[in-house]
Ligand binder design. Structure first.
Ligand code: HEM
Length: 337
């Protein structure tokens, strides 16, 4: 915890690697609750990130020493997450209450000061805004099982409200975040990172990105937004970087809502569904504009990914395809009798 809390200073003074090399090998035995496990993973994840990139992009560490690699990999295995900092660490687990009024602050910051913390906090608030929508999605899912049309409509209206509130919250984002978070598509680590004493072979892993947000994929699943080919493959790849319960939730929500609504020919129900799709579309359009803005300003994407971070396809092309697929889910409203 001391090292993780002091990360920025240790990176700036270029002493982090020395400190990590002298660290005793940590045991997992003292970790009991899920919260402790997640906090430990977050701390080890950001120390690992700092260790690899301390000397900048041109000189990443190729090997993570065993005293951190072993506990990090064991812990990750226990939590069913890959041994790299993911969105569920850096955003979902990286906050604490600042005061009794509900204001929050990050637990660990990365170099970049307020800009970096601002990015993390706004992303976290976007997730918080998604919460009531996830509850709404569960209600829709339950109501669908008994063909309870008013239950479905109520649930859908919660999803729409949440999506609108996610967009409003996203509008607070005024910062870019420029830190390398991955060892995939990275020319300086062409084969990935070696986790010493875990394997002699380097491992290629994608790093944290808000693309790993489970809530958006939950809404896609509920609303039956269809993605095809490369886009679907990339979104499925992203899911491997989400906590297992989130993956299970997405899977459990993938169902037949859209077919059911089409078969009902109920104009009201159809409008409720289309309102959700429109709100998701607005959110994706806003996101695309934000990504475009940061790319224009910085010549990069302002995030953790290189310009081909989508596994070969170009980023804007990928985001627009996802947006167009969302639009294609709109249902033609039946005429009122
Ligand atoms: C300045 C802010 C942001 C930038 C520059 C940005 C950039 C990107 C980029 C480049 C991708 C392409 C996929 C990848 O390479 O990972 C992406 C995907 C994605 N981002 Fe963001 N992002 C930002 C904020 C957010 C926030 C706050 C959220 C929501 C919590 C979010 C949710 C997503 C999702 C869900 C995807 C997957 C594509 C989709 O489902 O539409 N992003 N983002």
């Amino acid at each position: 915890m001391d090292i993780a809390c002091n990360l920025t200073h240790l990176i700036e003074s270029r002493t982090l690697r020395d400190v990590v090399q002298k660290m005793p090998e940590l045991s997992l035995h003292h970790l009991h609750s899920h919260r402790e496990l997640r906090l430990a993973r977050l701390a080890l994840g950001i120390i690992t990130m700092g260790y690899v990139w301390q000397e900048g992009q041109m000189a990443p560490a190729q090997v993570l020493p065993r005293n951190i690699a072993v506990p990090y990999c064991l812990l990750s295995q226990k939590l069913c997450l890959p041994p790299i900092l993911v969105y569920a660490d850096l955003v979902l687990a990286n906050w604490k209450l600042k005061d009794p009024n509900g204001n929050i602050e990050v637990i660990f910051s990365l170099p970049g000061g307020e800009t970096c913390s601002g990015f993390l906090i706004v992303s976290m608030l976007v997730e918080k805004a998604a919460g009531p929508g996830i509850m709404g999605a569960l209600e829709v899912d339950r109501a669908l099982k008994t063909s309870d049309i008013s239950g479905i409509k109520e649930g859908l209206s919660k999803v729409t409200c949440a999506l609108k509130s996610m967009k409003e919250t996203f509008e607070l984002m005024h910062c870019k975040f420029d830190i390398k978070l991955q060892w995939r598509n990275n020319p300086m680590l062409p084969n990935g990172l070696v986790y010493e004493d875990i394997s002699d072979e380097p491992v290629l892993l994608s790093g944290g990105s808000a693309g790993q947000s489970s809530s958006i994929q939950c809404f896609d699943a509920l609303l039956c937004v269809q993605h095809s080919d490369e886009t679907a493959a990339f979104l499925a790849h992203i899911r491997e970087y989400m906590p297992a319960p989130h993956q299970r939730l997405i899977h459990s929500l993938s169902g037949s809502l859209r077919d059911f609504i089409m078969s009902c020919s109920n104009p009201d129900l159809c409008r409720s569904y289309n309102s959700c799709i429109t709100a998701l579309l607005d959110l994706r359009n806003y996101h695309i504009n934000t990504v475009a803005k940061y790319r224009l300003c910085t010549g990069g994407v302002g995030m953790a990914l290189d310009s081909r971070g989508t596994g070969g396809s170009n980023i804007m092309g990928f985001l627009k395809t996802v947006r167009n697929n969302t639009q294609n889910a709109l249902i033609a409203e039946p005429q009122e009798m």
